[in-house]
Structure formats: structure tokens, C-alpha cells
Design a protein around this ligand. Structure first.
Ligand code: SF4
Ligand code: SF4
Length: 87
């Protein structure tokens, strides 16, 4: 599942161009800023890679993190990542 916060989106369309699976398309609907919003057109193609979430400059996208390949089932994945602390 991919969530797009329409209020945060500024319509740069980086997500559209960065998605290697061409999941997104550009809508003819505009948000309150007057920008054309991206939307999830082909969700079945999405691999939950998380690239669009990372590339969005406004943190407007949330991808299903639990299925992200870099997290996987391993809850011990790089615990420093969340704490930001060094040993
Ligand atoms: S990258 Fe973010 S701000 Fe840019 S169009 Fe996509 S959702 Fe909107
Ligand atoms: S998570 Fe990856 S495959 Fe899915 S829409 Fe974003 S960039 Fe495309």
C-alpha cells in the first residue's frame, strides 16, 4: 500500500520519474497548492522498494515499510539505524 499526502505534495513528480516500475501517473486533479498530483495507477507493479518514499523532498509518500526488502523479516536489521547512536 502506498499513501500520498496530498497536502504535502508540491508536484515535482520526482516519484513518478524515479519509480522503476512505472507505478505512478500524473493526475489531472490539483491540490490546494494548484499542483497536479501523482497517483498510484499500477499498484500491482509495486515492489515496496521504498525509492519513491526516500526521493520525495516533502515526505509526502509512505510505502508499506514492513514489506521493504531492506528490512525484510529481520527485526534486528541495523539497530543503529533507528537509534542513531554509536557503540
Ligand atoms: S516526489 Fe513527493 S512532492 Fe514530488 S510529486 Fe511525488 S509525492 Fe509530490
Ligand atoms: S515503492 Fe518502489 S516500486 Fe513501489 S511505487 Fe515506490 S518506487 Fe515504485
Amino acid at each position: 500500500m502506498i499513501y500520498i499526502d496530498e497536502n504535502l505534495c508540491k508536484g515535482c513528480h520526482l516519484c513518478v520519474y524515479m519509480c522503476y516500475q512505472n507505478v505512478y501517473a500524473i493526475s489531472s486533479d490539483a491540490n490546494k497548492k494548484g499542483v497536479l498530483l501523482p497517483y498510484v495507477k499500477f499498484e500491482e507493479r509495486c515492489t515496496d522498494c521504498g525509492v519513491c518514499e526516500v526521493v520525495c523532498p516533502d515526505q509526502a509518500i509512505t510505502v508499506n515499510v514492513n514489506k521493504n526488502w531492506w528490512v525484510g523479516e529481520d527485526t534486528k536489521f541495523n539497530p543503529k539505524f533507528s537509534t542513531g547512536k554509536k557503540d
